[in-house]
Design a protein around this ligand. Structure first.
Ligand code: ZN
Length: 379
């Protein structure tokens, strides 16, 4: 038995009881992939969730993708013949490249989880008015999360409209300077740069009760001042004094960002402002949000690059992918490493580090992970 056959036998078992957690299976396009390519076949269609399950259990693909789009004829080709009916709104958040690759470290997982939470809690719910019941959040199976919004309000959005949503969430083209200005007797007198020297004018900035980015920015500044004043030491050394810190906070609450007098404000505020937006993938081609014909990993399917499942996330705070996305059992399997493997925590057990060419007996879920990562072969 080679590695591909071993993985397929295990994946096939898993798919015997698979239930797709997506609506309108019959209107989706599917793609299957194997050892060489993540999508080897596409333009596949299934009349029911049951037909999909049976096919998965029989063909045992290493990767399963589906379209966020709904089509009248999902298996027709070329693409225009499918007759596009609409699409869910999808966000694909992946951990940035880091020295831990091809494995993933807890810090990278924490960072991407925080970005995903920010997207949902600070943008999709308050700014766009989506409810939690209109969203599915799933672990991507590897290095990130997918957020699917399945609301009739988004189905018909075209590429340009989806791009606008992404630009808003990523804070594209926003300049921190534009949130500040000077006024005299309630009248706007110009931005910071132009009016710097005019001491008689009143400096104003966003208030926590403002909508959009202005409010997010003010709330984030106040949150940091309260929870982590140390992180504001670059802004002013005065903030070390509790009385000055209080003055700074109560100033921002009224839209006065100059209560304690800060030099080079706009430069110093920028770093905080930049942390308010969500980091979304910049490469246009890679962005599944506005490419409405792109296929993405099917929720609850297995990711062939890790052997972990794209499980749904219900309780984000408690979710740990290295524990909760592990679906295979603990029966011992002998494998031989083909590269160095760092220490890895999986399903509350510690493994490694291992040297290259080391033969080890490990639980099946970890053997599958190493084989999927191409870090080990069957021994
Ligand atoms: Zn990392």
């Amino acid at each position: 038995m080679n590695e591909m056959q071993f993985l397929q036998s295990r994946f096939g078992e898993y798919y015997k009881s698979y239930q797709p957690p997506i609506a309108h299976v019959e209107q989706r396009e599917f793609g299957f992939g194997g050892w060489e390519k993540k999508i080897e076949f596409r333009h596949l269609a299934f009349k029911s969730p049951d037909e999909l399950r049976q096919r998965l259990a029989r063909e045992k693909p290493l990767y399963v993708s589906y379209s966020a789009a709904y089509y009248e004829f999902p298996d027709a080709r070329p693409m225009p013949k499918k007759n596009w009916l609409g699409a869910d709104l999808i966000f694909d958040l992946d951990a940035e490249l880091h020295s831990c690759a091809p494995f993933i470290c807890p810090e990278c997982l924490e960072k991407i989880k925080a970005q995903t939470l920010k997207l949902v809690e600070d943008f999709l719910i308050p700014d766009f008015g989506f409810s939690k019941s209109e969203m599915i959040i799933n672990f991507s199976g590897n290095r990130g999360y997918h957020v699917h919004v399945h609301s009739p309000a988004v189905y018909s959005l075209g590429r340009d409209e989806r791009r606008e949503i992404v630009n808003y969430i990523a804070g594209a083209n926003l300049d921190v300077v534009s949130f500040f200005g000077y006024e005299r007797d309630g009248q706007y007198m110009g931005p910071i740069e132009a009016e710097k020297s005019k001491a008689s004018l009143r400096f104003f900035g966003p208030m926590p009760t403002d909508g959009g980015y202005a409010g997010k920015f003010a709330r984030e500044m106040i949150r940091r001042a309260r929870e982590n004043p140390e992180s504001l030491k670059e802004i002013s050394t005065k903030l070390k004094k509790p009385a000055e810190l209080e003055k700074f906070i109560s100033g921002i609450e009224r839209g006065n960002w100059d209560a304690i007098g800060i030099s080079k404000r706009e430069e110093k505020f920028k770093a905080i402002f930049d942390s308010v937006a969500v980091r979304l993938p910049e490469h246009v081609d890679a962005n599944v949000t506005f490419d409405t014909s792109k296929l993405l990993r099917l929720p609850k399917s297995i990711h062939g690059g890790t052997g972990m499942a794209c499980v749904l996330v219900n309780d984000f705070a408690a979710f740990d992918p290295m524990r909760d996305a592990v679906v295979f059992g603990g029966q011992p399997v002998s494998v031989k490493t083909v590269q160095q493997v760092p220490a890895i925590e999986m399903k509350n057990q510690s493994f490694g580090p291992y040297a290259d060419s080391q033969t080890i007996s490990v639980p099946e879920f970890f053997a599958i992970y190493l084989i999927c990562k191409r870090a080990a072969v069957l021994a």
